[in-house]
Design a protein. Sequence first.
Length: 437
Amino acid sequence: MKILFTTALIIAAATSLVHAQEELRLAPSDINELTSVNAGAGTSGVSGIQTRTLKGDATKSGIYTIQLTIPANVRIQAHTHPDDRVATVISGTWYIGYGAKFDDAELKPLTAGSFYTEPPSVAHFAKTGNEPVVLQITGNGPTGTEYVEAGSASVPAKPNYDSLFANVNGVRIHYLKSGSGKTPLVLIHGFGDDARMWLPLFADFGKDYTIIAPDLRGLGQSSREKTGYDKKTAAVDIHELVKSLGYKDIYLVGHDIGMMVAYAYAAQFPAEVKKLALLDAPIPGVGDVWEKIYTTPALWHFHFVNSPIALELVNGRERIFLEHVWQSFGGDLSKFGEEEKRMYAQGYSQPGVMRDAFEYFKAFEPTDAADNRNFARTKLPMPLLVIEGEKGMNGLLAIQAALISDHLKAIKFPSGHWLMEEKPAETSAALKDFFGN
């Protein structure tokens, strides 16, 4: 009995030692510091998939855990792995199905927090949408990949843009860059979306322009900041980004809050903005019409953000709040797909993002209004295009724009506020005509 007891203690001690050696506590920042490799062991082998090993070695016997970052717009044909694997979606929307042949109808969208299995030797296929996806997969190695669909290993659709970061003006700005044209075209998003709202323009405009589409400070993948949400400061962020990339003279477009930032950019650096397009939002402080806009009951969210419990009310309900904004100021939203809505809702559900978004609204009065009244004393020298929706600004922006420019062209679409979602072809055509002439 004594021998058995002693043996049990030795086994327990040895087991404890092994467990101690395997203890891991990795925060997201720790994981990001791990070395990543392109299409490493345990992946489908598609070039562009970045692999980080969190535990073990997928090429050897034993438990392993890997984290994969799959680019946007990637399609992965049917394949199998020899080991039993389980996976969790960390971010993005992952479309996965089971079967020996890729079939869009069999794909199920899995958002962040979702779980799925990859049983041994069971064929499966997958794709990403317009955003990258991060997965965490655990299996029992050694693993491998065997494609079962005839004719191809994988069909990656390489994104037509690069996702990049720059440290400028004391802020880490995330931006999308696309195209090979000589003229820089800077596109600034607003509330309810991020830089990805401009993706439909990339293929067409990339032939003639180099597109730079940043996430505003505090939003998307840009850094969270305590201050700097007045549009004058946000415009300097973008100006410093443009300068860091080696550009000076630009064409500039802004929508919603991004429109306010675009105006502040053009007002502060008028010689560098060759043409300016402002899309469907008011300019705080400009003209008598501003007070009427600011106090319109339908725009109650302009003031809701000042409530001391506004963030508590929205916390965990970000999608509901965004739906209010999308639906209340939208027209025909049939083209504003569920995938895009989930994508933006996930972005605004990140810690700190909604707080930073609210700071942009809080700055309307008095800061932005005072800055814009000062800017408006000098009219803009560059050609100005205004595009509005009938269920959006419905001509009010054109009234304000006439006070800041003598070179105005105004267009109104039978749509709501979300021009890129409701009228993508028409908006693209209007911008292309404006910048091309």
